[in-house]
Design a protein around this ligand. Sequence first.
Ligand SMILES: *[C@@H]1O[C@H](CO)[C@@H](O)[C@H](O)[C@H]1NC(C)=O
Ligand SMILES: *[C@@H]1O[C@H](CO)[C@@H](O)[C@H](O)[C@H]1NC(C)=O
Ligand SMILES: *[C@@H]1O[C@H](CO)[C@@H](O)[C@H](O)[C@H]1NC(C)=O
Ligand SMILES: *[C@@H]1O[C@H](CO)[C@@H](O)[C@H](O)[C@H]1NC(C)=O
Ligand SMILES: *[C@@H]1O[C@H](CO)[C@@H](O)[C@H](O)[C@H]1NC(C)=O
Ligand SMILES: *[C@@H]1O[C@H](CO)[C@@H](O)[C@H](O)[C@H]1NC(C)=O
Ligand SMILES: *[C@@H]1O[C@H](CO)[C@@H](O)[C@H](O)[C@H]1NC(C)=O
Length: 414
Amino acid sequence: MRFSSTAAVLAATVATVVAEDKYLGFNSGATNDQGKVKTLEDFKTEFKSQQELKGAPGKFNAVRLYTNIKPGSEDSPEPIEAIPAAIETNTKMLLGMWASGTTNVDKELAALNKAIEKHGKKFTDLVVGISVGSEDLYRISVDGIANKAGVGADIDVLTKFVKDTRDSLKDTDLKNTPIGHVDTWNVWDNGTVASFIKEVDFLGVDLYPYYENGKNIPMEGGNDIKNAFPLFQTAMNATLKAAGDKPVWITETGWPVTGEKWEQAQPSKENAQEFWRQVGCYYFGKVNTFWYIQKDSNPDNKMKFGLAPELNGEPLFDLSCPDDIKRPTNGGTVKGGNNGNNSTSGGNSTSGGNSTSSGNSTGPGSNAPNGGSAGPNAGSNPSAPVNSNAGSFVKTNAAALALSMVFAVAAWAL
Ligand SMILES: *[C@@H]1O[C@H](CO)[C@@H](O)[C@H](O)[C@H]1NC(C)=O
Ligand SMILES: *[C@@H]1O[C@H](CO)[C@@H](O)[C@H](O)[C@H]1NC(C)=O
Ligand SMILES: *[C@@H]1O[C@H](CO)[C@@H](O)[C@H](O)[C@H]1NC(C)=O
Ligand SMILES: *[C@@H]1O[C@H](CO)[C@@H](O)[C@H](O)[C@H]1NC(C)=O
Ligand SMILES: *[C@@H]1O[C@H](CO)[C@@H](O)[C@H](O)[C@H]1NC(C)=O
Ligand SMILES: *[C@@H]1O[C@H](CO)[C@@H](O)[C@H](O)[C@H]1NC(C)=O
Ligand SMILES: *[C@@H]1O[C@H](CO)[C@@H](O)[C@H](O)[C@H]1NC(C)=O
């Protein structure tokens, strides 16, 4: 049942409207739910819809992208069509640069610099941040490898890419734009990444209580929706602690509206709404937040997170934030976390990933068809959608260059 617009307006009158100095946005993959590359019109429809979402507690006028490159233009990288669409719809952008399965970010930077040349300040004024990479460290973590999450990149590689990005932008209007990295909360909580945290201006955290099956944060009732807020806050607090004085942005969170039960976590519209109220309504306006998602991109992912899949401003449930939301106060203890402990050098922790080689043991090809990285121990990761349908490419392409293109495809698929 659709939430009626009349009801939304009524609800909005008794609900909190969040502060406007923090970004409210959605994630946006480069392909649609049929796996087709999104056109300029597709992006415009999407960005308009999110700004017109009925009953929303604020204006969702920001978007997080995964790559700068227009799919298919890798040989001579062109900017992704999301950029002109964002300019036309006055949508702020957290840009993304795909950093796994590649030895450089030259193509990402070429596309970005082309966009700067072509659109000038109309573009650069809307860019609120740049993320170098997305869950690259998760994919080569113990959990990521166990879940066959795909090829990642280690902190040495990411550190180099961050420096290359700063260097490439130093004489452009993006020179003061914050440059960060997005990863799962339990990666940020691992003391081995402390040296990398020093390199970034902000930490983007992907955090899904739906996938918190109790391994990392044991809690009575597990990942039942009832625990969503304490699970989220425990993990978020651990991330904030690891971040020190660096800002933390919520770059992905959400609860599936349909799909499989995951231990105690049940997908449903009701639970997705409860999650929005418990977690979203708490952090909106306090922390830059990019929700997952308006409309799913990956046809293979069994869990559907899209909360306004018609892209017409009509959400599947009431998005308002009532003033009287009750939140559980119990917190959890992070298990096995070595927060703040940097005793392990970052150098070798990632050898398992073998990220730029053609080895396929951790490549996207090994990803389960249903979005493997959301596997049983996935900690906090439905970014599973990321590369689940890139498998067929991998089998036919052995070279690292080909792999880097595969990963660009993977990024778009999200
Ligand atoms: C998280 O930190 C906030 C602010 O310090 C605190 O109020 C809250 O109780 C903490 N929550 C959990 C679950 O640890
Ligand atoms: C950090 O890790 C080392 C080695 O595992 C351990 O001896 C030390 O107690 C840890 N420190 C903290 C603060 O956890
Ligand atoms: C942790 O990092 C700090 C800052 O870089 C450094 O001073 C300290 O020696 C490191 N501790 C360990 C155990 O490596
Ligand atoms: C790093 O990994 C390589 C290859 O697996 C190994 O030979 C080397 O001993 C490791 N170095 C450290 C410090 O663990
Ligand atoms: C932290 O990272 C190191 C190196 O990758 C890994 O060995 C360790 O298991 C991780 N710790 C946790 C709690 O995930
Ligand atoms: C990475 O994988 C390639 C191909 O499978 C292999 O030849 C190489 O030795 C591996 N490197 C490391 C460091 O494991
Ligand atoms: C790569 O994948 C194929 C098919 O999935 C498999 O037969 C092969 O053993 C894998 N190679 C490596 C190095 O894992």
